[in-house]
Design a protein around this ligand. Structure first.
Ligand code: EPU
Length: 494
């Protein structure tokens, strides 16, 4: 079923208003879901966004033999009955994040099979850093027919005995033998240096080592808040992970003991969703509050927007692990707020700036398309450089169709001159094709999808944005929340 959004542009007026409550971070929640495999009993995951990627990950876990129950932004996952170490290829093809499951599966079972991830809409996205890491950990890796099989029996809690992986409920909490416990070869000697910072690679190898027999040091690690969110929870439940949030992480394995769900996991607020709504508010709202977010996770973006001229107030709220613990299972956790207030001046009064994406705490690649859209509306020239993914400018042609003045300099750089009026008329006069699809806009990936919806809202006319599936992968109920802010947007099946 192909769904699209029909959006009425606001023609530059700032008429959205109200508040938007930010959901839990999908890129944090997905990793906690994978980590459920490291536990000896069902885990409770809270503040989970209701997005497509979360449901795909649930299905993958179910195919492995886990029980997954979804209820009002919470998940209960019981992996004690896992009966397979083969990640479903069709589901894995939908979502690259499935590769993160390899770490916990290897840690617990010593073996995993998964498909070679294909290319992806935002670039090639290889997995060499995972594979190199597993090799350093002593794994045997075979690749056949677009499939990888990795065996690392010395760290698996269950060595594949004659009856394979069965009776797994009996595995829960089981410790390995003394011989196994020396696992990971000479563990204290294992040091893995990532040639490139990788979020998924850092999380996956960290989880692969959690139940191991010794110490593993990861160097040049990614430092994203989602990684910290995962490690802090695992530590509360029996893991020993040091240095997370810095470039060097040290994992002291539990010596074969599975983790125990001593407290529920709570996903941190989604900084990318918060940043997306903030940029939208800057362009389309006189007054708007972004509730339930961590302004400290968006420091760079907020600083850039304030310098550009957007009136923004910040209310930080200290949220520590102890405040999360004291909130209890259903208690409310207080986060911060970002407030756009008295944003009455036209967008053309805002100043342009250059942006270069970088790993955290740098400017996130996941906000690159949204900030390019912002820069098409403000006065001056800008260069935006994408340093993380090589295929993340596909949406540029859609903005050009609408009348934005921007050009790709090369695969990594786009130059923008603002302000430009974005109008449906431009699309009607300059782009006519037989099927009429040129007159539609496209969500090329999750984030570009939001950016194009935002461009339609800023623009003049009635716009159709196709491929809403991509947006649904990462943004919870986008049209409902935009409608609540005063936008005229509806979902249709074409
Ligand atoms: N890379 C390699 N080899 C590897 C792994 C990564 O060359 O083995 C490269 C990638 O191709 C990329 C760079 O390293 O050029 C960084 O990739 P990273 O591994 O950090 O990305 P990821 O873990 O696959 C996560 C988010 C992405 C986000 C990136 C960067 C999840 C599920 N996905 O991807 O989120 O863009 O980190 O911050 O956490 C999104 O939410 O829309 C999204 C794409």
């Amino acid at each position: 079923m192909r769904e699209s959004f029909i959006i009425e542009g606001l023609a530059g007026q700032k008429i959205l208003k109200g508040s938007v409550k930010i959901a839990g971070a999908k890129n944090a929640a997905l990793k906690a879901m994978a980590a459920s495999i490291l536990f000896d009993a069902p885990v409770q995951l809270n503040n989970i966004p209701d997005t497509e990627d979360i449901h795909v990950m649930s299905e993958i876990l179910e195919k492995l033999g886990a029980k997954v129950v979804w209820s009002q932004n919470s998940l209960n996952i019981d992996t004690t009955g896992i009966s397979s170490t083969v990640i479903d290829p069709k589901l894995a093809a939908i979502m690259r994040a499935s590769v993160v499951l390899t770490g916990p599966i290897l840690a617990r079972f010593g073996k995993v099979s998964f498909p070679t991830p294909g290319g992806c809409v935002i670039g090639a996205r290889p997995i060499d850093l995972f594979i190199n890491g597993y090799e350093k950990m002593g794994a045997t890796i075979s690749e056949t027919d677009f499939n990888y099989t990795i065996e690392m029996p010395q760290i698996g809690l269950l060595n594949n005995s004659t009856n394979g992986i069965s009776g797994t409920s009996a595995i829960g909490g089981q410790s390995r033998s003394e011989t196994d416990r020396t696992g990971l070869g000479n563990p204290s000697a294992i040091q893995i240096h990532f040639d490139k910072k990788t979020v998924g690679g850092t999380e996956t190898l960290m989880m692969a080592a959690v139940l191991g027999g010794g110490t593993m040091t990861l160097m040049n690690c990614a430092m994203e808040p989602e990684i910290v969110n995962l490690a802090e929870w695992l530590n509360e439940c029996g893991a020993d992970i040091q240095g997370v949030g810095t470039e060097t992480i040290m994992i002291n394995g539990t010596g074969g003991k599975l983790l125990s769900p001593k407290m529920p996991y709570v996903a941190i607020p989604d900084r990318i969703e918060a940043g997306s709504y903030l940029i939208l508010g800057a362009l389309c709202a006189e007054n708007m509050t972004i509730e339930n977010c961590r302004p400290d996770h968006l420091a760079l973006l907020i600083d850039m927007l304030i310098k550009s001229g957007v009136p923004i107030e910040i209310i930080n709220h200290e949220t520590s692990m102890s405040s999360i613990k004291s909130a209890g299972p259903s208690g409310q956790i207080f986060y911060g707020r970002i407030i756009i207030t008295g944003n009455t001046k036209p967008n053309s009064t805002f100043k342009s700036f250059d942006v270069s994406t970088k790993e955290y705490p740098g400017f996130p690649t996941d906000l690159q398309a949204q900030i390019v859209t912002y820069l098409t509306q403000v006065t001056g020239g800008s260069i935006v450089t994408e340093n993380i993914f090589e295929g993340r400018f596909k949406y540029v042609s859609d903005l050009q169709k609408m009348g934005a003045k921007l050009e790709l300099i090369d695969a990594k750089e786009v130059s923008i001159v603002g302000p430009a009026e974005l109008r449906k008329e431009h699309m009607d006069t300059h782009h006519q094709s037989n099927d009429g699809l040129d007159q539609h806009l496209n969500a090329h990936d999750i984030r570009a999808g939001f950016a194009i919806v935002m461009a339609a809202l800023v623009g003049k006319g009635i716009f159709t944005v196709n491929n809403t599936y991509f947006i649904d992968r990462g943004y919870e109920k986008l049209e409902e929340r935009l409608t609540a802010l005063g936008a005229n947007i509806r979902r249709v099946t074409l």
